[in-house]
Write a protein that binds this ligand. Structure first.
Ligand code: ZN
Length: 240
């Protein structure tokens, strides 16, 4: 569903649509240090399939009746940002300039930061993520981008802004899966983190925010979580 060219209806209360239960999958997680294969842990059973929401994510991303699409996208993006920021806050002691000298998301993939002048720079992951999260926070705080007053219209550039925000959040997910899944497992948060990511992907697909090249990467530099995306599509958790 595209949300270009729509006007908005009066705003309701912002409410988080992401399931926030923190139940574990019910089984004792194996030791994160026990993996011997070269396959990343997040692609191994049971971790790859641990999720809080069973079944397909399509139903929770669909636009509810009588809700304006701009408003729905805004609320959900706010929620993805908040949840992801919370996860990163918990694991960020492990994400240092030393452990993560580049913004990696695969064995041969390092994202470059594009500054305001259009110049690209290789930054350590914590610096890159700090820039991403601060810039999104600034947008969320900007009434011209995320209006909070009733009957205040969204700017026509809102969809383009949201696409950029989505791509940057995807990169943060990709880095955490690639470099910090051990910490997620250590906290036994993999069902919650997988659910958040699957929800994020399903939402991106539904509202045309997810670019296939962003989740797959290049053939010589694939995005690690691209395989997780494929796996969830095969399992029917995500739409293909
Ligand atoms: Zn890191």
């Amino acid at each position: 569903m595209s949300f270009f060219g729509k006007t908005r209806a009066p705003r309701g209360a912002r409410r988080s649509p992401t399931p926030s239960r923190k139940d574990s999958a019910g089984s004792e997680p194996p030791s994160p240090g026990g993996a011997t294969s070269s396959r990343p842990l997040y692609l191994c059973s049971p971790f790859a399939d641990a999720a809080l929401v069973k079944g397909n994510f399509k139903t929770i991303v669909m636009l509810p009746k009588y809700v304006d699409i701009m408003e729905w996208v805004a609320v959900n993006m706010f929620d993805f940002y908040t949840n992801l920021n919370e996860f990163y806050g918990v694991i960020n002691e492990a994400c240092t300039q030393h452990s993560c000298p580049s913004m990696s998301a695969g064995p041969s993939l390092n994202y470059l930061w594009t500054n305001q002048g259009g110049k690209q720079a290789a930054l350590p992951a914590p610096t890159y993520i700090d820039y991403v999260m601060s810039s999104i926070q600034n947008l969320l705080d900007d009434e011209n981008v995320f209006p909070t007053k009733t009957n205040q219209a969204f700017h026509p550039s809102f969809p383009a802004t949201i696409r950029t925000v989505y791509r940057q959040l995807l990169r943060v997910f990709a880095h955490i899966y690639h470099a910090h899944y051990q910490q997620i497992l250590h906290l036994r948060s993999e069902p919650h983190f997988n659910s958040l990511f699957a929800h994020f992907l399903a939402f991106g697909r539904e509202y045309e925010l997810l670019e296939v090249k962003d989740i797959r990467g290049e053939s010589n530099a694939p995005v690690g979580v691209g395989l997780l995306w494929e796996r969830w599509k095969e399992a029917g958790i995500l739409e293909s």
